[in-house]
Ligand binder design. Sequence first.
Ligand code: GLN
Length: 547
Amino acid sequence: MARFVFITGGVVSSLGKGLASAALGALLQARGYTVRLRKLDPYLNVDPGTMSPFEHGEVFVTDDGAETDLDLGHYERFTGVAARKTDSISSGRIYSNVLEKERRGDYLGKTIQVIPHVTNEIKDFLRIGADEVDFMLCEIGGTVGDIEGLPFFEAIRQFSHERPHGECILMHLTLLPYLAASGELKTKPTQHSVKELQSIGLAPDILVCRSEQPIPEREREKIALFCNVRKEHVVAAYDLKSIYEAPLAYHREGLDQAVLDAFGIAPAPKPNLDRWLDVMDRLENAEGEVRVAIVGKYTQLEDAYKSIAEALTHGGMANRVKVRAEWIDAEIFEREDPAPWLEGFHAILVPGGFGERGTEGKIHAAEFARTRKIPYLGICLGMQMAVIEAARNLAGLPTAGSEEFDHEAGKKRFEPVVYHLKEWVKGNQTEERKLGDDKGGTMRLGAYTAQLAKGSKVADVYGATTIEERHRHRYEVDIKYRVKLEEQGLRFSGMSPDGRLPEIVEVSDHPWFIGVQFHPELKSKPFEPHPLFADFVRAAKDVSRLV
Ligand code: GLN
C-alpha cells in the first residue's frame, strides 16, 4: 500500500496548498517514485460541475468523465499523471453516498452518525487504488477550524492511526505575516493553527510556511519548538514569479528531503530535476512575445480559464516566446466593431462557454479572424461559433444558430446548425440524455476518440490520425450541413469514429483556423505542450514576425 501524505492548510485560505502538493508530487517523481494526487473538498456540492466558474474557477474534466475541481488540473500539469474520477471528492458526495446506503437499508437500521459512517466512507475513498503507487498525496480543501472540514480531519486521524506506523504523514501549510512596523515575521498564527490541529488529534510532521521575507534561523527554531516539529521540517515557501518554479524552489528549501526523512527513507534516492530545469530555462529565456486575444465571457476571474492560460504558456515554451494573453469581453463586439480591439493581436482564441450571452460577439471575433487571416483557435463553444459564422456568412444560412440559445430563450429563432445531442456512442455503448435530466452530469464528458482526415492541417499538427481528447458539452455541430460548409472551405477534418459527430473543423484557405469540439487545454503540460497550442503559438509567432 502507498505511503500517504495528507496536506492541510491553516491561518488563511489561498496559501497555495494545491501548488505545494503538485510540486511535491513532481519532486517525488524526480526521485523515481510513482505518485497520485487527490483532493478532498469540504463543500456540500455533490460535484463541482454545476458550480459557477465565476465563483469557483474552471471545471476540470478527467479522461473518465468526472467534472472536478481545478486543483486536479494543477496535479496533472505537474506530474503528467492523468487524474481520475476517484481523485476528487466533496462532503456533498460523501453524504450523498451515505444517505443512499441508508435509504437502501445497507446499515440495517442503525443510527447513522458522522463517526463512524461518514468517516468510514471517507476512509474507503482514501483506499481506492492505493496499491498502485508509492505515494498518495491527499489535499484537504479549506482551512483547519472550518466546520465543514471536521469529518475529513477526523477521518485522516483514524486512517493514520490504523495504518502501520510511519506510513502516513501530515504536511501543514501556514502563513508567517510580516509586520513592517516592527520588521518581524510573526509566528503566532502558525502556532495557533497547529494548536487547532492538535485539538482534533493531529500533529504536523512538516510545516510549510508561506512568507514574503526570508525566514531567519531564530524564527525557524521558535516554530519548531512551539509547534513540535523538527527544525529541518520547517520549510519556507516564498512568492514565485511562475508556478512552474515551485518544484525547484521547494527542492531548494528541502521539502522533498523533509518528506522522505519523515517517512524514515534513508538514504533518499537522488533526484533528477532535468525536466524542471528545462521548463525554467524555456520560461526564463524566451525570445520575443506574442499577443493572444481571448474573447470570452468569464473574463473577470482568470481561474475560470485556468487550463487555457496554462496551455498558452506551454505553447509559448514550445516556441521559446512569451505569450501575453489578454482577455476581452465578447459582449463588446455586439456593440462595437471588433477591428480596433483585435488589430495588433497575433492570434485570437475563443474558449468554451455556456448560454447565449456574448455569443454574437464571439461570432464577430471568428469572422474577423477568418477574413483577416489571423490565427484562430475555437474551443468547444468557440468551434460552434466559428461554424455558425461560416454558415451565416459563407453558406447562405443567415439564421444559423445553436439550439442551446433557443432552449434558453424558450422560442425558436435559429436554424440549428448546432443541435442538442440526445444519444451517442461511447466505446461500444450508447449513452442517452434528455434535456430535462438533472443539471449535473448530463453532458458528453471525458475522453473520446476522433479520426483525423489524412492530409488535413490537424493531422499534420498532431502528427497522427487517431487522437483522444476530453469533452464537456451538450450540443454538437449537425453533419447535415457538412457538404454545404465544406463547399465553402470549412473542412470537417476530425470526426467521431462512427462519422456522426464533427470533432474538428478547419478553414482550408487560411494560415491557421481551427475549431475543436473538445478541450485540448486540459491535457497540456509544461514539459509536454499540447500540439494544438504549440502550433497555434507558432502561427502567432509567424504573424508577429511579419509586422
Ligand atoms: N455550451 C456548449 C455546449 O454545451 C459548449 C460547451 C463548452 O464550451 N464547454 O455544447
